[in-house]
Design a binder for this molecule. Structure first.
Ligand code: ADP
Length: 363
């Protein structure tokens, strides 16, 4: 674990609401100055984890360390963190400048000094021309910039952002995403950002923490998550992968009486005998209406074909029930188009079959 400023560590952190286990004994180390995304479906415990780091929610068990300092029992204002809320929570009766300067006013800083610092923060988020505007007269994206400036004014070492882009339209979301990354890199502070969008997490994060059902399923950089998802949940959640189930034999993964797929790495079988799962990226499958060298002895039938621009999404199924989703480059498709009902031949490199681990022990 790096001891950079802004490092965050969760050690055996549990959160219960009554009988309900919302976060199940998680361990997580976030390097100081990095961009970390907590990624997972609704209800998996992301916001609860963020709120525990902020100090807005007490932990049931475990410890939270900031810069190796145990902050588990400290109130939010004494942690060195700042939170930006989903609804921005700006004061409607205060101008942008006064919203940003608010905490400095409470701290007794003179008007001239707090306005000078607030203006600097508004400049950082490109909102200085709206210093006198009130929240009602700002767009969602502009309100968000003001909220970010307000979170930054006390020079926190860690910024916590709960679904910060979810209220924006898709165009603005992508623009603000770029801005968030720019600001994080410019300030060199730690950003912890909760999202259910893998696209957002991949675009922003140095490390992605995939959560499911109160547990951490995988922690890695975006490339690691996409290239080698650890569990079937991760492969399914991030999309772009097939999950193939079968029985391990000496020859490979037996997916039906008649079919065994060659494996390069032999995975550990899942509990429940020698049943196991592998993932295979949709863009790592070659598909053709005609047999080709090294094609699998696995004729399939095309179920659907959807043009997506740079690729064509082809769904296929074999007689023995194997379904494969394939992202075929559009140039290949244009050369030999496939249609629903056509036979399809597929091929891949055995090393592209990625063995999956059993799921994390769930709540
Ligand atoms: P996410 O942010 O991933 O959508 P949350 O952290 O908000 O998930 O919630 C995790 C689980 O804890 C959910 O099942 C949710 O219903 C429950 N939960 C969250 N906050 C409370 C609360 N204040 N009281 C009771 N249950 C809660």
């Amino acid at each position: 674990m790096q001891i950079n400023k802004g490092s965050v560590e969760l050690v055996g952190v549990v959160k219960r609401y009554g009988d309900k286990l919302a976060v199940s004994e998680i361990n997580l180390a976030i390097a100081g100055g990095s961009y970390c995304c907590l990624l997972g479906p609704s209800g998996c415990g992301k916001s609860t984890t963020l709120r525990m780091i902020a100090g807005h929610e007490a932990v049931s068990e475990g410890d939270i360390l900031l810069n190796n300092r145990n902050v588990t029992d400290l109130p939010p204002r004494r942690r060195g963190t700042a939170m930006m809320f989903q609804n921005y929570a700006l004061f409607p009766h205060l101008s942008s400048l006064d919203n940003v300067a608010f905490s400095l006013k409470i701290a007794g800083i003179s008007k001239a000094d707090r306005h000078a610092r607030a203006l600097e923060m508004l400049q950082l988020v490109n909102m200085e021309t709206y210093a006198d505007a009130f929240p009602d007269n700002l767009s969602g994206g502009q309100q968000q910039r003001v909220a970010l400036a307000r979170a930054l004014i006390n020079q926190p070492e860690v910024i916590l952002l709960d679904e910060p882009l979810s209220a924006l339209d898709p165009f603005l979301r992508v623009r603000m995403r770029t801005e968030l990354k720019r600001i994080q890199q410019q300030l060199g502070i730690t950003f912890i950002h909760v999202t259910h969008s893998q696209e957002e997490a991949f675009a922003l994060a140095d490390s992605v923490v995939v959560m499911n059902n109160g547990c951490i399923e995988q922690i890695d950089n975006p490339q690691g998550i996409f290239r080698t998802p650890r569990t079937a949940f991760v492969a399914g959640f991030i999309g772009g992968h097939n999950i193939i189930e079968g029985r391990l034999t000496g020859a490979g993964l037996q997916i039906s009486q008649a079919r065994t797929l060659a494996l390069q790495t032999v995975p550990a079988p899942h509990s429940g005998g020698d049943q196991t799962q592998v993932s295979l990226r949709c863009d790592h499958i070659r598909v053709s209406p005609r047999p080709f060298d090294n094609a699998q002895a696995l004729p399939l039938q095309v179920e659907s074909v959807e043009y997506q621009g740079s690729y064509v999404h082809v769904r296929t199924r074999s007689d023995d029930g194997l379904q494969l989703s394939i992202h075929q480059p559009d140039a290949d498709y244009l050369q030999a188009p496939l249609y629903p009902g056509d036979p399809a031949y597929v091929g891949w490199h055995p090393e592209d079959l990625n063995p999956l681990q059993p799921p994390a022990a769930h709540a």
